[in-house]
Design a protein around this ligand. Structure first.
Ligand code: G3H
Ligand code: 13P
Ligand code: NA
Ligand code: ZN
Length: 328
């Protein structure tokens, strides 16, 4: 059944678990996510970016998610729009039947240039007004999702190499979070706590202090009724990197957020955990390996089935680790 983000995360908060929010673009991702949820009895958040809508087309994307709900009627599914860059985009998703939208007002409408705090409050408040009238939840974003290792803002922020910031400037400010929530009424808030988008988060193996746990606690204490969201939560599995590179890929040494750190974040209030890159890596590794080992094969179903298997293993592991399992 379709449920809102508020309904799902209220339950997660009450029972102290986290929910992975997997990005979805195609049938194989959708199958991997749903089969893993079915096997572990987990509630689901699937999220579609603007890029996903462009790739699949809005009607296909919408029906892909509706098909999942039809095939797995016993699994609660939140249909979430990831990183909306304007109230108009959020409105369109609400019309399409999404049960949750993200208004990312941390950036201007180009999705690149950092926006002012007042702009963020204004667009987010307008989306909350519109969405809540339709029973749809809203996620906002506050702070700069950059790379703490390099002190540079992430790709998302478009600040680039010249935008070097200090560690503290990159983290969401708890006072500002409280003010933002009071002014906008968002159901969930994406916070900057040490993660960044994509496969290139850290160039050296993480030593165990990637997430700003103290900051998570401080923010959670100030906005106890707003659910915390962690973007850039891929763990960048080293085994899949090795498979990709063994079979012709060229991905440089890189590391993500260890699952144990995410679990620690969940203990201190993180509820929605955004994952895209990990499924991309697993999918690519599976295709490269299959085609290298089966050079005469040309039925796409053969190698796409391998991607479902690879992505499903990751989904299963996250549902178990985050405590999502058993809560459907
Ligand atoms: O935050 C971005 C997500 O990883 C979606 O990526 O815009 O390439 O679909 P995308
Ligand atoms: P990753 O790139 O770490 O998978 O993060 C995805 C994300 O935050 C989508 O909004
Ligand atoms: Na989102
Ligand atoms: Zn994101």
């Amino acid at each position: 059944a379709l449920i809102s983000l508020r309904q799902l995360l209220d339950h997660a908060a009450e029972h102290s678990y986290g929910v992975p929010a997997f990005n979805v673009n195609n049938l194989e991702q959708m199958r991997a996510i749903m089969e893993a949820a079915d096997e572990t009895d987990s509630p689901v958040i699937v999220q579609a970016s603007a890029g996903a809508r462009k790739y699949a087309g809005a009607p296909f994307l919408r029906h892909l998610i509706l098909a999942a709900i039809e095939e797995f009627p016993h699994i609660p599914v939140c249909m979430h729009q990831d990183h909306g860059t304007s109230p108009a985009i959020c409105q369109r998703s609400i019309q399409l039947g999404f049960s949750s939208v993200m208004m990312d007002g941390s950036l201007q409408e180009d999705g690149k240039t950092p926006a002012s705090y007042d702009y963020n409050v204004d667009v987010t408040r307008r989306v909350v007004e519109m969405a809540h009238a339709c029973g749809v939840s809203v996620e906002g974003e506050l702070g700069c999702l950059g790379s703490l290792e390099t002190g540079q803002a992430g790709e998302e922020d478009g600040v680039g190499a010249e935008g070097t910031l200090s560690h503290d400037q990159l983290l969401t400010d708890p006072e500002e979070a409280a003010d933002f929530v009071a002014k906008t009424g968002v159901d969930a808030l994406a916070i900057a706590i040490g993660t960044s988008h994509g496969a290139y988060k850290f160039s050296r193996p993480p030593t165990g202090d990637i997430l700003a746990i103290e900051r998570i606690k401080e923010i959670n204490a100030r906005i106890p009724n707003t659910h915390l969201v962690m973007h850039g939560s891929s763990s960048v599995p080293q085994d899949w990197l090795a498979v990709i590179n063994e079979y012709g890929g060229e991905i440089p040494e890189t590391y993500g957020v260890p699952v144990e750190e995410i679990v620690e974040g969940i203990k201190h209030g993180v509820r929605k955990v955004n994952i895209d890159t990990d499924l991309r890596l697993a999918s690519t590794g599976a295709v490269r390996r299959f085609l290298a080992n089966n050079p005469a094969e040309f039925d796409p179903r053969k190698y796409l089935k391998e991607t479902v298997k690879a992505m499903k293993e990751i989904c299963l592991a996250r549902y178990e680790a985050f405590g999502t399992a058993g809560n459907a």
